[in-house]
Design a protein around this ligand. Structure first.
Ligand SMILES: [Ca+2]
Length: 342
């Protein structure tokens, strides 16, 4: 069963739970709101910077500082307006006031370079690892493919930074790589989660026509785009030389053809649906369902489509109550927060 927790949202993109169960939710157009225990949707929280609400861009992911209760720091990714009408994925942090109405001490801690004039493939998800470093996923801006295999930029990369935007001392740093780069060769990463047992980063990324991928990107490795891929151009033509494997480039753990359009993801660790514990849930935008993936020895051995055809699912998260919550990606007033009650 699905229960509507809140509705009236405009393309909600991400949610985070405060320790008391209050939900923070982003809307792509640039608003951050709360949903209280009374399930009322708040007016927008003040203090956020202007976002480039163009195409797929706008206010995107949200993550709480690992020690939020003391720091009250909230991290947000967004498409940031840049010089000459360009934009790019950036990450800001700010301090959430006790009354949940304002962000203060707002500071941008990461700016994807180069900026580009466009409205596509901004990524982006945020995930803190167990060392307290922050992963930021990006995209290839659709038209900057040639930069993805180059290591002097942030196009089609996973970035790992400190909470202040600095470089963690244990970043991989292969020769010629910007020190904030964790892995290269990605197309458009819109899902990321830390594995609850191994602590590893797992991600999903969109292919073009087919070839959406699940990976667990490791430090200093190359995930292949656009040299190797199970995807094809939207026209049906092969991408590049049409290769699917090459030395020095990693294979995905799992891929989807046709494309499901994978977005937010979570590994379920709660006690509300014991049969699902350890499974990975991925929101599907294009094929409108919630994918449930079962693993054995690190491989996907079973996949189920839940709520098939119901809505574009932008994000899925586990609440402090042990239930799963998901966001439907629709125009206002149809965007919702839904709780899976079974
Ligand atoms: Ca790949």
């Amino acid at each position: 069963m699905l229960e509507t927790v809140a509705e009236g949202l405009d393309h909600p993109w991400s949610l985070a739970f405060l320790p008391d169960g209050t939900i923070l939710v982003t809307e792509r157009a640039g608003n951050l709101r709360t949903i209280g225990m009374d399930r009322k949707l708040s007016t927008p929280i003040s203090g956020l910077p202007e976002v480039a609400a163009v195409g797929q861009g706008g206010l995107l992911d949200i993550a709480l500082h690992p020690n939020f209760e003391e720091t009250r720091l909230v991290f947000l990714s967004f498409a940031e307006p840049r010089e000459e009408g360009k934009n790019g994925t950036s990450v800001m942090r700010g301090r959430l006031s006790e009354d949940l109405r304002r962000l203060t001490d707002v500071k941008v801690i990461f700016r994807q370079q180069p900026a580009y004039k466009g409205g596509a493939h901004f990524g982006s998800r945020l995930a803190f690892d167990r060392a307290g470093a922050l992963f930021v996923t990006t995209g290839d801006r659709l038209n900057l493919r040639p930069l993805v295999q180059q290591t002097d930029n942030h196009i089609g990369k996973i970035i790992r930074i400190t909470e202040d935007g600095g470089i963690p001392p244990d970043n991989p740093r292969p020769k010629g790589w910007l020190p904030e780069i964790w892995s290269i060769g990605h197309r458009n990463l819109q899902g990321a989660a830390i594995h609850p047992e191994t602590g590893q980063l797992w991600t999903v990324e969109h292919g073009a026509k087919g070839g959406d991928e699940l990976n667990h990107p490791e430090a200093g490795k190359n995930y292949g785009w656009p040299v190797i891929t199970y995807s094809r151009e939207y026209s049906g033509e092969p991408i590049g030389e049409g290769l699917t494997e090459k030395d020095g480039m990693e294979q995905p753990v799992h891929y989807w053809t046709p494309s499901i359009g994978p977005s937010g993801m979570v590994f379920y660790t709660g006690d509300k649906y014991p049969q699902w514990r350890g499974n990975l849930f991925v929101g599907a935008l294009a094929l409108k369902h919630l994918a449930r993936l079962v693993f054995k020895d690190g491989k996907v051995v079973e996949e189920q489509r839940l709520y098939d055809g119901r809505a574009r699912i932008r994000d899925v998260r586990q609440g402090p109550d042990g239930y799963l919550y998901m966001l439907t990606d629709e125009d206002a007033p149809m965007g919702r927060v839904m709780k899976i009650t079974l």
